[in-house]
Design a protein around this ligand. Structure first.
Ligand code: FNR
Length: 397
């Protein structure tokens, strides 16, 4: 339940009153290349803006005097009861943003009883995450060859994960000009800018980088192809990504045949794709435009959510991410048919600014917002949130 309250936040965290405050603090404290990597969208950032605009275009019609004293943010998903209707989205290279960042996110999620999705593009071995959070989910990009798909599935299963998320919106690398302009690269190269930022922005952290280096050697994507003991350096990953554009639904089906656990497909923006995922054996769908980081100009997931929900006809849970920053955003997504949402960047910033306490503080802020908003909407459970509590801006009567 939401009563798993974090310890009283430090003075610094006490000044963080909303998820957006984490972004402002992280901008001051992360080296520019690292902040740019997390905050960036792609090309003109129009998907990034569209994600926020979509939430702003919806308005509530609250109900009053309904006795909301017994309300709860608890939300069921896949047979579990989570404390709130949101979880932590998978974010690659989190250990460059905060020291051992993936572990921090996993621990905070476990302590607060929300789901956390471990990224397949991580510096931390996927086995270490389940040790601190046995209920974490694992996200993978589909490997380009059948043999590798089998090895990936077997390793994830052997580690004890129950849920595998396949991200399918990445046939080729996105055009992240912002990373190049800001001097972000993988592996992160210790250059003059990084050293300078590390000195003037000591909270990240040249320390984070140096400790990461000491621990992992030159950062590589440990999990990407999930062949333990055979890490691939980022240079090769880029080459591999070039060879992934032949992937099709047949590869998802190959995973389905081998993977006994729950399978979630992430990165769907169309009803017909949602149906294919369901027919291919997916147990859940995440409607997402990757936080506006893949194809610039993609529609905001919120705008296609009703279409996707209608397409799968309630057969599988439909979740959503991209642009969620407030309790009100979550409730708008639930009203349009999502059963759960995920939040990315704010939790990366929270880990960078305040480590475990920071992420717990972020989860607490968002949960408190959801509970307060539910009271003002006149509902006692997230299941009560429906279209009848919304109007769109262009409807006046
Ligand atoms: C991501 N995202 C992502 N998605 C995925 O499936 N695998 C990954 O490795 C990553 N890596 C990643 C790194 C960083 C720094 C960010 C910000 C995002 C996308 C992520 O899971 C999610 O879809 C978006 O972040 C959600 O949007 P918001 O909440 O960040 O606006």
């Amino acid at each position: 339940s939401i009563n798993v309250s974090p310890p009283k936040p430090s003075r610094r965290l006490g000044r963080i009153l909303s998820l957006d405050d984490f972004a402002a603090a992280a901008r001051r404290h992360l080296p520019r290349p690292v902040f740019a990597y997390v905050s960036g969208g792609v090309e003109t950032d129009s998907s990034l803006r569209a994600n926020r605009d979509a939430f702003a275009a919806l308005s509530f019609r609250p109900g009053v005097l309904t006795d909301v004293s017994g309300r709860s943010t608890a939300t069921p998903l896949f047979g579990q009861e989570y404390a709130a209707p949101f979880g932590i989205a998978p974010m690659g290279l989190s250990a460059l943003v905060a020291y051992r960042g993936d572990l921090v996110l996993a621990q905070a999620a476990a302590a607060m009883n929300i789901p956390m999705i471990m990224s397949g593009s991580s510096l931390i071995r996927l086995e270490e995450i389940v040790e601190v959070n046995p209920r974490a989910w694992f996200q993978a990009y589909l490997p380009p060859e059948p043999g590798r798909i089998a090895r990936l599935v077997d390793r994830v299963a052997a580690a004890g994960y129950g849920t595998l998320v396949l991200t399918v919106d990445t046939p080729v690398m996105a055009n992240r000009e912002n990373n190049i302009r800001a001097g972000f690269s993988t592996p992160l190269r210790p250059g003059a800018r990084l050293a300078w930022d590390g000195l003037v922005r000591p909270r990240w952290t040249l320390g984070t980088f140096l400790r990461t280096l000491a621990r992992h050697g030159m950062p590589h994507f440990e999990n990407s192809y999930a062949e333990r003991g055979a890490p691939i350096v980022a240079r090769n990953i880029v080459r591999e990504f070039g060879a992934r554009d032949h992937l099709s639904w047949a590869h998802v089906e190959q995973v389905r045949r081998r993977w006994q656990g729950r399978l979630v497909v992430k990165g769907i923006l169309r009803g017909d794709d949602a149906r294919r995922a369901r027919d291919g054996g997916a147990d859940g769908i995440i409607v997402s435009n990757h936080g506006g980081r893949q194809l610039d100009g993609t529609v905001a997931p919120l705008r296609v959510l009703p279409e996707v929900v209608a397409a799968v006809g309630g057969a599988v849970p439909v979740m959503l991410d991209s642009g969620i920053r407030r309790g009100t955003d979550i409730l708008k997504a639930l009203a349009l048919g999502a059963c759960f949402v995920f939040v990315g960047r704010p939790f990366a910033y929270a880990a960078a600014i305040g480590g475990l306490a920071g992420v717990r503080h972020g989860i607490d802020l968002l949960t408190t917002e959801v509970s307060r908003d539910m009271a003002m909407l006149g509902i006692n459970s997230v299941a009560e949130m429906g279209m009848d509590r919304l109007v769109t801006r262009d409807r006046f009567f």
